[in-house]
Design a protein around this ligand. Sequence first.
Ligand code: FAD
Length: 471
Amino acid sequence: MTALQTRRAPCLETTALDELDGSFGGELLLPTSPGYDTARRIWNGAIDRHPACIARCAGVADVVAAVRFARERDLLVAVRSGGHGVAGHAVCDGGLVIDLSPMKGIRVDPQARTARAQAGVLWGELDRETQLHGLATVGGIVTHTGIAGLTLGGGIGWLMRKYGATVDNLLSVDLVTADGDLVTASAGENPELFWGVRGGGGNFGIVTSFEYRLHPVGPTVLAGPIFHRLEDAPAVLRFYREFAAEAPDELTTIFELGVAQQLPALPAEVHGKPIMMIGACYTGPPQDGVDVVRALKAFGRPIVDLLEPKPYLALQSMFDPFVPHGWHRYWKSVELPPLTDEAIDTLVEHSSAQTSPTSYCIVFQLGGALARVDEGETAFSQRSAAYNVNINAVWTEDDPGPEQHIAWARDFFDAIQSHAGGRVYVNFLGDEGQDRVRAAYGERNYERLARLKRVHDESNFFRVNQNIQPG
Ligand SMILES: Cc1cc2nc3c(=O)[nH]c(=O)nc-3n(C[C@H](O)[C@H](O)[C@H](O)COP(=O)(O)OP(=O)(O)OC[C@H]3O[C@@H](n4cnc5c(N)ncnc54)[C@H](O)[C@@H]3O)c2cc1C
C-alpha cells in the first residue's frame, strides 16, 4: 500500500453494501463472490491487492451510485477501466474499486468524423469500429489498453506526429465528480475542467465516456518493424536519429531493444539473442510513403524487414503477443532530447545487460503535430521532448530473482537520466512519489492542476492515482 492509500481507509461493513445493492444495476463482488479473484487482477501481475468490494458498473447511474456510497462512508476508492496502469492504481487494498470495464458502448458518426465511447472500451475495440469507416483517432500501440487511462494521461501512438496526442483529439467527456454529480466538460462547457482532464488523469472525477475527433486512416498503411542485431544498434541508431529528425509528420517511428522472441518471422538462429527493432507507420496513402522509408529500409544489414503495406488493425495488434496479461512488471521512464552518441551508447549498453529475456526498452519518437501544441494548452505537457524512453523490466510469477530485474531497470534509468531533461510521461510512471508526478507536468501546469483539484476534489477523494495534491 502507498502512503496515500493508508491515510484513511475505514472498513466496509458488508451489511452496508445491501444499500448500494438496491440501487446498482451491475455486479457487486465481495472477496467471497465467484469472479472476485479475476476481477481484482490487472494487467501487471506484480500487483496483488484485495479490495473490500468491486463495483462492476453497468452504466453511468452505477458510477454515480458507487461514488455517492463511498463518499458517504469516506471509503478509499480506486477507479479501473482497462486495467493497464503499471502502477496498479486501478485496484486498492480494503476499499471500493469502481470498475468501468463492463461499459463498452461505442457510437461512430462517420459524417461528423467523431466517435463517442464509454470508459470500459479498449483501443482494439474502438479501432475496429472506427476502421469500419476508414477512420481512427490517435490511440495506443496495444489493443488491450483501455481508452480511459490512456486518454486521461495524454495519449501517444502511431498517429501522433500527424494528428497530435490523444487529448488533442478529445472533444468532450462526461464525468462523475467527487460529489456524485454528472457533468460534461468540453471547450465550451466547464473549459477549465476540460483542460485538466486532458492529461491530469483521474484526479477530477470518473469519466464515463469520451468523444473523439476521427481522421481518415488506412485501412491499409505502410507500416511494420525492421529487425537488426543488437551489435549493429550503435551504427543503426546513429543513422536513425538523422533519418527521424528529417521525417515528415506522416511518419512516426518507435524502436525497441531487447531479446528476440520465437517469432515465425524471425530466423531460428536469432531466437533468444539480443536484437533491436525499428517500427514505422506512415499515416497517408501507402504509395506516398515508399520514398519516405526507403533509406530506413536500405540501411545496414537487417535480419528481417516487415515494413510493408498492412491493415492498420494488424499494425495496432502487432505488439499484443509480447505484452500478455499477468506477467510481472516494473517500469522506469524518461524523456530525451535528440539522441547524442552518448545516449545511444547508454541505451545499447544497458539493453545488452538485461537480466530477463522478456524485459525490453522501448523508445517513442515524438515531435511533429504533438510538438506544435503549446505546453499550457492541455494538462498533458510532453510537447518539446524528442523521445520517450520506457525501460520495462518483465518477468514471470515463478521467477526466483525479480530483484535483479528491478535493479537492471533502476541502473539503466540512473544512467540514461544524465542525458535527459528531467521530464516524464505520466502514463508510464510507477508508484514513484510526488516529485515524479510534478516532473510529468512541469511547475506551471502542476500548479494549475492543483488549483483545479481544490475546486473539484478538495478532500482528495480521488487519490489512488498519480496524485495532484489540492493546492
Ligand atoms: C502494454 C501497454 C501498452 C501501452 N501503450 C501505450 C501507448 O501506446 N501510448 C500511451 O500513451 N500509453 C500507453 N500505455 C500506458 C497507458 O496509457 C496507461 O497504462 C493507462 O493508464 C492505461 O489505461 P487503462 O484504462 O487501461 O488503465 P487503468 O489501470 O484502468 O487506469 C489507470 C488509471 O487511470 C485512471 N482512470 C482509469 N479509468 C478512469 C476513468 N474512467 N475515469 C477517471 N480516471 C480513470 C485511474 O487513476 C486508474 O488508476 C501502455 C500501457 C501498457 C501496459
